[in-house]
Design a protein around this ligand. Structure first.
Ligand SMILES: *[C@@H]1O[C@H](CO)[C@@H](O)[C@H](O)[C@H]1NC(C)=O
Ligand SMILES: *[C@@H]1O[C@H](CO)[C@@H](O)[C@H](O)[C@H]1NC(C)=O
Ligand SMILES: *[C@@H]1O[C@H](CO)[C@@H](O)[C@H](O)[C@H]1NC(C)=O
Ligand SMILES: *[C@@H]1O[C@H](CO)[C@@H](O)[C@H](O)[C@H]1NC(C)=O
Length: 383
C-alpha cells in the first residue's frame, strides 16, 4: 500500500470544495494568479502568447508540436444556442487547466519546496509538458468555435489552487479530471439534444485523452490506472461550480461568469452554495457515516428550514440516490450534518458527487440532480 500518497491525495481533494479565498484576490494585477508564498506569479498571456494565438501562426505550430498533434482542421455547421453555451463552458474549464499545469510545471522545474525529489522527474515533466499544450489546444478549439459563431470570447480568471505539494497537486488533477470525464458526456448529450451531431466526435476524442491523463495521475498516486468499469457521470452545473467555488478568485472575471450565468439565450448555468466534505478517511470497505457542512452564506441569504433537504449521491452510471441529513447543527452561516455513505454495499469506488437537494428524486440522470441542487458539488474519491 502507498499509504502516505493515498492520504495526501484525499487531503488534496477535500480542500477542492473549500478553497475559495475569503479575502478576495491576491495583490496582483488582472490576469495573474499568485501563490500565497509569492513564489509563483502566474500571468496570462503565456510566453507563447496563449490564449491569444492566431490560426494559422508560428505560435500555434509550436503548441501543436509540444502537444504531439494538431487542432482538428475540419469545419462544423453553426451550433445551436445550448451547444454554444457548452463550448463556452469548455473554454472556461480549459483555461483553468492550462494555468494549473503551467504552475505545476513551474513548481517542479524549479524544485519548489514540496515539489522537489520527485521520482521519475524527467518522465513526469515530459508528460506534463505535453498535457499543458494539449489543454491549450482544447481551449483554442472550444473558444475558437465559440468566437466564430458568437463574436464573443471567454477570457481567463485569476485562480488559486489549494496545493502545497506535488502529491496534493496530482491528487487534485486526478479529481478535477474525473469531474471533466463525467461532464464531457453531459456536453455530448447537450449536442445530441440540440442536433449538433457534428460536435460529438471531437468531444469523444477529448474524453479519451483525459482518461489517458488520469491513468497516469492515478499511477503516480499508487492506484490502479482504471478506477471503475463505468466512470461517474456529472453535469455541467456541477463542474462549473467545482471550478468557480474551488479555484476562481472572486471578482476576477465577471464578464466570463456573465457569459455562463446570463447567456444571450439558451439555458444559463446555475450557481450553487458550497458543500464541504469534512471526513477524510472515506472507504468502500464498509458502510459508514461521514460528515459534511454547507455554507449558507454562499446561497444568497436564503434561510434553510430544518426539513426538506436531502443529500444526494451520484456514483458511476447508477441511478442517483438520496439519504437523509442527520445530527444537523445550525450555525449562523453554516450547517454541519452527518449522512450515511453506503460505500461497501453500493461498491462506491472512484468519484462520488454529493449535493444537497430539495427533493429525494426520483432521479434518472445527473442533470435531474443538478436541477434541484442547492449546495454542491462535494467530491468524494475512494480508491
Ligand atoms: C505551486 O507552488 C505554489 C507554492 O507552493 C503553490 O502555492 C501553488 O498552489 C502550486 N501550484 C500548483 C499547480 O502546483
Ligand atoms: C487537414 O489535415 C489533413 C492532413 O492531416 C490534410 O490532408 C487536409 O488537407 C487538411 N484539411 C484542411 C481543410 O486544412
Ligand atoms: C474514520 O475515522 C474516525 C475518527 O478516527 C473513526 O471514528 C471512523 O470509524 C473512521 N471511519 C472508517 C470508515 O474507518
Ligand atoms: C432542468 O431544468 C431546465 C430549466 O428549468 C429544464 O429545461 C430541463 O429540462 C431540466 N432538466 C431535467 C433533466 O429535468
Amino acid at each position: 500500500m502507498h499509504g502516505t500518497l493515498a492520504i495526501s491525495a484525499i487531503l488534496g481533494l477535500s480542500a477542492f470544495a473549500s478553497a475559495r479565498p475569503v479575502n478576495g484576490p491576491p495583490g496582483h494585477g488582472s490576469g495573474s494568479s499568485s501563490s500565497s508564498g509569492g513564489q509563483v506569479d502566474f500571468k496570462f498571456p503565456l510566453d507563447n502568447g496563449f490564449p491569444d494565438v492566431a490560426n494559422p501562426s508560428k505560435a500555434l505550430t509550436d503548441i501543436e508540436e509540444q502537444a504531439h498533434g494538431t487542432l482538428p482542421n475540419g469545419t462544423a455547421p453553426p451550433p445551436h444556442t445550448n451547444s454554444l453555451n457548452a463550448l463556452a463552458f469548455i473554454a472556461f474549464n480549459e483555461l483553468f487547466e492550462v494555468v494549473f499545469f503551467t504552475e505545476l510545471i513551474y513548481n517542479v522545474t524549479n524544485n519548489l519546496p514540496g515539489f522537489d525529489n520527485i521520482p521519475n522527474r524527467d518522465v513526469v515533466l515530459s508528460a506534463l509538458t505535453a498535457v499543458q499544450a494539449q489543454e491549450e489546444l482544447h481551449e483554442l478549439n472550444a473558444n475558437g468555435a465559440f468566437n466564430k459563431f458568437t463574436g464573443q470570447t471567454v477570457t481567463p480568471c485569476e485562480y488559486v489552487f489549494p496545493v502545497d505539494t506535488f502529491v496534493d497537486a496530482i491528487g487534485l488533477a486526478s479529481t478535477f479530471t474525473d469531474v471533466v470525464l463525467g461532464t464531457l458526456p453531459d456536453i455530448q448529450t447537450i449536442f445530441a439534444d440540440n442536433a449538433d451531431n457534428g460536435l460529438i466526435r471531437g468531444v469523444g476524442g477529448v474524453i479519451g485523452q483525459e482518461g489517458e491523463q488520469n491513468g497516469f495521475y492515478r499511477e503516480l498516486l499508487g492506484k490502479i490506472p482504471s478506477a471503475l468499469p463505468f466512470l461517474t457521470g456529472s453535469a455541467v452545473d456541477f463542474a462549473f461550480n467545482a471550478i468557480n467555488q474551488g479555484f476562481v478568485v472572486p471578482g476576477s472575471c465577471d464578464a466570463t461568469l456573465a457569459l455562463l450565468l446570463t447567456p444571450a439565450s439558451g439555458t444559463p448555468l446555475k450557481e450553487f452554495g458550497i458543500l464541504n466534505v469534512l471526513t477524510t478517511n472515506i472507504t468502500s470497505d464498509t458502510d459508514s457515516e461521514i460528515d459534511f457542512s454547507f455554507e449558507t452564506k454562499t446561497s444568497g441569504g436564503q434561510s434553510f428550514a430544518k426539513q426538506g433537504l436531502y443529500l444526494t449521491y451520484i456514483n458511476q452510471q447508477n441511478v442517483p440516490f438520496s439519504v437523509p441529513l442527520m445530527k444537523e447543527q445550525f450555525q449562523s452561516d453554516a450547517v454541519t450534518f452527518t449522512a450515511s455513505f453506503p460505500g461497501q454495499s453500493q461498491e462506491m469506488n472512484g468519484l462520488t458527487i454529493a449535493a444537497i437537494t430539495s427533493t429525494d428524486g426520483p432521479f434518472a440522470t445527473p442533470d435531474d440532480v443538478a436541477n434541484v441542487t442547492l449546495f454542491g458539488p462535494g467530491m468524494i474519491e475512494v480508491n
